[in-house]
Design a protein around this ligand. Structure first.
Ligand SMILES: C[S@@+](CC[C@H](N)C(=O)[O-])C[C@H]1O[C@@H](n2cnc3c(N)ncnc32)[C@H](O)[C@@H]1O
Length: 254
């Protein structure tokens, strides 16, 4: 029987509160495969985040603000929500001495309880794919002011190679998460216009080879650089976007 949104949220909270994911194997591969693409991602995010100065922000699935915003820009305020107390606490502990207001709420992102038009920007790292896309996108749209923006980084599950990998390694993910597929983009497009930036196809293949050659060290090697350069080139071809593993979505409320 299909799980309800509330049951899924309860499982999510349990997984993050009890740290149930097993990611040791994938962490080693990520250190090679994403070595260069994390820098490209950070450059793109930094430019967008500059526009967050003086704005009212809502982060769902907090605590990406620690990497994206801290020491880079001073927003008017960040409101952080998460379904997991432990995840929320990690952010709260790190929020000491910030030069802006930041507060934390235990809340389900599928059912935001903020009034309409509360925020200038809603953003999050690797969160939409833990949610009911239609419900959460409707809420995000509702709590944004007219002309408000969204910014998300998300994994993709369109390439058959990633689909197989995910099936073979279920313990790396929460049971109900669903990396984004084409129909999710259609749902987002109903409410937002957006640009996207694609990452990580060849860099994963070449990262896998580099891990075999170098072991868990020397991530800045030529094999990873070569895979990364192929990605930068091929990510410019829209027909090939289905190959990639991750995406940045930067959009504006319709
Ligand atoms: C992959 S983690 C990303 C955490 C953080 N944004 C980051 O970039 O490190 C997914 C996060 O989504 C949170 N989450 C899952 N379901 C949620 C829901 N329904 N409402 C709010 N947060 C949720 C989890 O507790 C977890 O913190």
């Amino acid at each position: 029987m299909k799980k309800s949104i509330e049951e899924i949220a309860k499982t999510e909270a349990e997984y993050w509160n009890e740290n149930k994911l097993e990611r040791t194997k994938i962490k080693k591969l990520r250190r090679h495969a994403f070595h260069y693409s994390y820098k490209r991602e950070a450059n793109i995010l930094d430019k967008i985040v500059e526009t967050f100065a003086g704005k009212e922000l809502l982060e769902i699935g907090s605590h990406s603000w620690m990497a994206w915003i801290k020491n880079k820009v001073v927003p008017a305020k960040i409101t952080c929500i998460n379904i997991s107390e432990v995840e929320l606490d990690k952010g709260a502990i790190n929020a000491k001495d910030l030069p802006f207001e930041i507060d934390f709420h235990l809340m389900d992102a599928n059912n935001l309880t903020f009034p309409d038009a509360s925020f200038d920007i809603v953003y999050g790292g690797a969160i939409l794919h833990h949610l009911d896309i239609e419900k959460s996108v409707n809420h995000i749209h509702r709590v944004l002011k007219p002309g408000g923006y969204i910014l998300f980084t998300e994994p993709l599950n369109i390439n058959p190679i990633y689909k197989i990998y995910r099936k073979l390694n279920p313990k790396e993910r929460t049971p109900d998460e669903h990396a984004l597929v084409s129909k999710d983009f259609k749902l987002i497009r109903k409410k937002f216009t957006f640009d996207h930036y694609f990452f990580d196809f060849f860099s994963v293949i070449f990262g896998f080879i580099a891990l075999k050659v170098y072991g868990d060290k020397n991530y800045g090697n030529w094999i990873n650089k070569f895979g990364y350069n192929l990605d930068v080139f091929f990510s410019k071809i829209p027909l090939l976007h289905f190959l990639f593993a991750r995406v940045i979505i930067y959009g504006k409320k319709k």
